[in-house]
Structures are given as C-alpha cells and as structure tokens.
Design a protein around this ligand. Sequence first.
Ligand code: XMP
Length: 519
Amino acid sequence: MANAIAILDFGSQTAQLIARRVREMHVYCELFPWDAPASKVLSIHPKGFILSGGPASVYEPGAPYLPAYVLESQLPILGICYGMQALTHSLGGEIAASAMREYGPALVEKQIENPLIEMSSLDVWMSHGDRIETPPPGFSILASSPNSPVAAMGDMRRGYFGLQFHPEVRHTPRGAELLRRFVLDICGVNPDWTPDSIINESVARIRQQVGNQMVISAVSGGVDSSVATALVQRAIGDQLLAVFVDTGMLRENEAAQVQKALHDQLGVELITVDAVARFMGALGGVTEPEQKRRIIGEQFIRVFEEQAHAAGEPHFLVQGTIYPDVVESSAPDRAQAQRIKTHHNVGGLPEEMQFELVEPLRYLFKDEVRLVGEALGLPAELVWRQPFPGPGLAVRCLGEITPERIARLRAADAIFVSELRNAGLLRLKEQDGAAQGTAQAFAVLLPVRSVGVMGDHRTYEEAIALRAITTEDFMTADWARLPYDLLARIANRIVNEVDGVNRVVYDITSKPPATIEWE
Ligand code: XMP
C-alpha cells in the first residue's frame, strides 16, 4: 500500500465520511482510533495524515492528543476541527473557548495564496466550540470567517494544515477539492485505488489465504454476498461452492436472477436449495415479527449446515463484511444503539460453525463494492440493488404467512418495483440539492380487510401498503415524494392485477418515529 492516507479518528461523527471522500479520489485510506498503536497505523505506509474532528476540548483532562509518531514521521498533516486544535496544541499555538458555539453554514474568505484553497471565498459548514486564537509558530492564516479568524491555517514548509470547518460534508460544497489538493498535491499520493487494482489485490490475497483448499459461500442475492462470491470465484474458480437458499420469502425472479448472474455468466458453481416447503412449514401460524426472524435464521443455518456437510465440510467461508461494519465494531465507545429489531442477516452464520473467514470486502465502502461488482461483470440490476432484509417477504407479510399471502405480496411488490424502474426512480439521485428517487421501495401486505366495489360486486379483501423512502444511511429516512400520477398507476395496476387486494395505501411516515420496514 505505497499510496495510502491514514485518518486518525478523534471521535467525529463524520470520520467515515472523510475516508469515503478520500476513497472517492481513488486513494486508499484507513481509519484508525486516534490512539491506535503507531506500528499498526504505519503498517499501511501512509504518505500523509488526516486528523478528524471530535467532541472534546484540548485542555480538558484526558483529552485526545496528537501522538508523537505523527510529527516524527515528517509527513504532511491535515487537521480538521478538533484535529486542527490537537495539532495546534502540540505545536505550541493557542486555543480558546469560543464565546459562541458555531454551528451551521459560514462564508470563509481567503487571506493569502496557498496550495489548499484556490477560490477566493468558500461556503463551509462549521461545527465547533473552541477555536484557534494564535496559530503555532511557522503557520500562516490562510482563511477567515467572521466567527473564526483562523478558519484555515498552514505551514507550507512542513506541509501542515488545519481547517476549522468540515470539508468532508456535503454542506461544504467544494470541500472535496480541498481534500483532493491535500491528498494528491501536498502528500503526492498516486490515485491508484481503482476497481481493477482492488480486484487484483484481492485475488492475490484470497489465493494466498486459501491455497488449494475448498471454500463455501452463502449467497443471499444481496450486493455484498454476490460481489464477495464473484471475487472469490475470480481468485480460485472451481475451489468455490456457492449455496443459495430459496426460502420462499424472496421477491419475484430473485432466485433466477442470482442463478443467471453468478452461475450462467460468471461460472460460479452454485447450488440452489429449494427449501420453500420447509420455511413455510416452520413459519406456519407465526405472526410475531421477532419470532419470524428467529425461525428464518435458525432454518437457514440448518439448511446451510447440511450443504456444508454434503460438500465435505470446507474449511473456509466467504463473508461479505464491508468496511463500515469493521469500523463500527472496532469503535467500542460509539454509543450502542438500542436494539429495535434483531437485524438478523440470512447468511450471517453463528461463530460455533468452525470456518475460517474469507472477507474480500473488508476494506471497501458500499460504493466501492458496487464498482468492483460491475468490473467483475455482475449485472447492474444486482449491483445497484436496494437493500432487502434477510428474512425477506416474511417481515413484509404482516400477520400470518401462507403461500397465498406471500404470492399476493410478491405480485404487488413486483408491480411497484417495475413501475419505479420504468420511471427511473429505483435509485437515489441528487438533483438541485434534493434527493430524487428511492433508496428503498417495497410493498407490504396488511392483515386487514376492507370493503370495496369492483364492477357491480362488493369485495372484502386485503390492503397493500407501499413504502418508499429516501435516506443516506438507513438510520433516519424520509418518505419519498413520488409523483401522484405514478402512485395512481401503481395502485390501479395492483388492484386490477393482484387477486385478493382491493385497496392500496401510501406510507407517509418518516424514520423516526416509524422504522423503514413494518415489522
Ligand atoms: P428498519 O426497518 O430497522 O430498517 O428501519 C433499516 C434497514 O435494515 C433493513 N432490515 C433488515 N436487514 N435483516 C436484514 O438483513 C433484518 O431482519 C432486517 N430488518 C430490517 C431494512 O430493510 C432497512 O434497509
């Protein structure tokens, strides 16, 4: 990794965003807790450091500080917000508690020509309490805002820079340009982290890890498990056996799509297990959401165990863990969110299954996983797929699960999704600063019946709820403002084409207070 940037996380909400911005310029970077051992950070051979923001105040007892090895390395440093204050503190500048917390947009004016800020003024996003009063010796003030006289500072000779504002957030529209100048020009990094180089590196690593042994993979039809499987296939070909379990809770055509993409097009040896009757049987009479999840998880593990046994107990298991999962789990002090739902991933296998894990996506963000998937030849439909919960249609079929009700839900969902696709709204895009399209959209079958009239007949049938949301991170979400004409056409088609449904409603709750799924 001769072209990497190390990002030290001082506890910022946006540290992962910094990493994503750096990766977007095709540069490898890794995020480390600020106090990670020097040897670990230096093992990626960084060409520069970025110090994230954080909630502390540098003069507080026990506050995070800039580790000595960072300065000793003599590599360029960019400190952002708290990172700037930590840099200032360790180089002998002065920080003061600002009279006013500054939070929100600000206009920053350039003071002197410098290699970081090209434009004469810049719209930025501020979020800080303390501010720099006097930059350390050797530093000049590069830019100022009304509230932050030292909004940006730099020591051009040593390649040390500090920004009081956040260049990584979208509310600093040209912030990415600043990061780019720091990484490419000041650190002199060569942007070689491309899908092709990622593939080549992963292939080498997988081959080295597994040698000539057998590897098994549980494919869910989702983006991560498909791309991970395709990567392992590229590396070791027929040493790989992929297992796809048809739980009966899949969406229309899903099993065929996976078969076509992985087996027919990429040549993955794929076993599709038809376990529909088994799952239906186990779910019979169950209406409680968490119990549905539990049953599906358990059944899945049993089916998978049988397949692994039949394949001669392979030693290795492919897992589609991605970088945000790794970062989250290595940051123990991040507040543990209260458990609202057991996000049981079908394909998430218990630890007592004695596999050694192959995790080729461990260092990739979701966007990178998708680009790698495309470069490996997976179809766009699969690579750009919206998230789908492990328990599948089971948690969208409210009330009792029967083959008829699942078929009803599946048919309504297929109409909704195909209409959105035709309207170009099945992906989330940004237009004029507003989110267009959907991050996730699906149908839910409600366990209520209502009266309707069709022709001259009275009907008494079930209702479909349409759920479509916009979100960046799925932690919070807003309902998608879909065009009325489109909603009208979808409702019309569902009632006309799906037996047993005579009413369609549109879910207009955000998250919170609702969740995205209904169960
Ligand atoms: P909620 O409903 O909690 O959903 O707002 C947030 C995101 O998680 C997905 N989700 C699941 N994914 N197993 C999964 O793999 C689950 O049991 C599960 N429940 C919700 C949901 O689709 C949304 O993207």
